[in-house]
Ligand binder design. Structure first.
Ligand code: NAD
Length: 421
């Protein structure tokens, strides 16, 4: 367990393993189980040839990594991005194992990624890429094997193409093979908003824990996509003043609180903050160090580092994104008494409603949004209390407690199942 960590500031896999090591040590995890859990069960790398609209052929690289399928089918999104790396997908797959275990949904952890620049591709090219990727990884995928979902730059339409490709091969409709589908194809009410809605719930609980009244608080959100945009709306619904939000185009700031109805309507129509005039335009990275009570990083990995951790002014950080904070930044923030609601808890709303979607697909019976949100709230608030209870008993951070809770649950299942020799 004495791993040399040299790049945990930049490599998400090292950052994940650093946290895993701390929790495993606290748990005195059996060395055999440690070896099983520190690496993925299975990983596949595929070459994806696509005929582009100008008739040229481009070959993309795609990954699917299953970290663990011990507690149930693999579960995890697919990311389309030019910066995807195998180590990133490995880290994200392991985070899915821990996330599903923290909220106690019966899934393992997996993740997929394709190195591509979707902003520069046409819809036709994206559809070809998606279908060929699904066809190439299909041997690992299935409603009882591994169930993909949306992540960065993927969406319900891409899930529909993945579901259709798999179903064509199976010769029957298989809605339970992916989640995050359009409602008309068996998607769940509340799924699109679930991650951001869950971030709102976890912000509310974190503020209560710190003795703060949401109605007296200001917030800044990094990211204005699926997670960031809905998180900002959810904070606003709690009575928090959302003073800043950023995306790749920059940041919008108003110390009196942004008019969220204007921001949301603009985002729904244009998917970017560009063109909004209801605040001052400031440098994108400045949102991380604004004078606010709540900070929600909901865009990228490794944005809070040892370089800017001292300048963070928020009292509560709720991690909408996966891995937005490096281990060394976290040590600084812990020292300063800042409460961090960790990613594997804070953004687990998405996978929880993905689980509901998968259940509804199997039942063939569909719930309304209120039903979905009530079930989601119960699961997430219970998980928050379990994590904080453990953190208090063990005198550890909420991050270490969430890893401890997750690792213990996953390790217990491995012990029950035993090894197939
Ligand atoms: P998305 O593609 O919908 O949005 C990403 C957002 O980040 C966009 O607004 C983009 O402009 C912004 N962004 C990109 N580069 C930026 C930069 N340099 N500075 C500021 N903003 C920048 O993706 P998403 O689904 O919202 O995912 C965001 C994060 O949340 C990822 O870490 C993802 O793994 C995680 N996550 C997503 C879900 C989900 O259900 N979609 C669930 C759990 C975790």
């Amino acid at each position: 367990m004495n791993r040399e960590l040299q790049n945990s500031e930049t490599n998400p896999l090292e950052a994940m393993l650093h946290r895993f090591d701390i929790a495993a040590k606290r748990l005195d995890l059996d060395p055999g189980l440690y070896q099983i859990l520190e690496r993925p069960d299975r990983e596949i790398i595929v070459a994806i040839p696509v005929q582009m609209e100008d008739r040229s052929i481009k070959v993309f690289t795609g990954y699917r990594v299953q970290h663990s399928v011990a507690r149930g089918p693999g579960k995890g999104g697919v990311r389309f991005d030019r910066n995807v790396t195998l180590d990133e997908v490995r880290a994200l797959a392991a985070w899915m194992t821990w996330k599903c275990a923290v909220v106690n949904v019966p899934f393992g952890g997996a993740k997929g990624g394709v190195i591509c620049d979707p902003g520069k591709m046409t819809q036709v090219e994206l559809e070809r890429l998606t279908r060929r990727y699904m066809a190439s990884i299909m041997d690992l995928i299935g409603p009882d094997r591994d169930v993909p979902a949306p992540d960065v730059n993927t969406n319900p339409q891409i899930m529909a193409w993945m579901m259709d490709t798999y179903s064509m091969h199976m010769r029957q409709s298989q809605p339970g093979v992916v989640t995050g589908k359009p409602i008309e194809l068996g998607g769940s009410h509340g799924r699109v908003r679930a991650t951001g809605y869950g971030v709102g719930l976890m912000t509310r609980e974190s503020l209560y824990r710190m003795g703060l009244d949401p109605k007296q608080c200001k917030a800044a959100v990094q990211g204005a996509g699926n997670v960031g945009g809905v998180s900002a709306e959810s904070l606003h619904a709690l009575g928090i003043k959302v003073c800043a939000i950023s995306d790749i185009s920059g940041a919008l700031y108003n110390d009196d609180g942004l008019d969220m109805s204007v921001v949301s309507a603009h985002l729904r129509e244009h998917r970017t903050l560009e063109g909004l005039t209801c605040g001052d335009h400031i440098d994108g990275d400045a949102v991380l160090t604004l004078d606010v009570d709540v900070l929600v990083p909901a865009a990228l990995e490794n944005v809070i580092t040892q370089k800017n951790a001292h300048d963070v002014k928020a009292t509560v950080i709720v991690e909408g994104a996966n891995g937005p904070m490096t281990p060394s930044a976290e040590a600084i923030l812990d020292e300063r008494g800042i409460f961090v609601c960790p990613d594997i808890l804070a953004n687990a709303g998405g996978v929880t409603v993905s689980y509901f979607e998968w259940v509804q697909n199997r039942l063939g019976y569909y719930w309304d949004e209120r039903d979905v949100n009530e079930r989601l709230e119960k699961i997430m608030v219970d998980a928050f209390q379990s994590v904080c209870g453990l953190a208090d008993r063990e005198s550890v951070s909420a991050r270490t407690a969430s890893y401890m809770l997750a690792i213990e649950r996953v390790a217990h299942v491995y012990k029950l199942r035993g090894l197939y020799a």
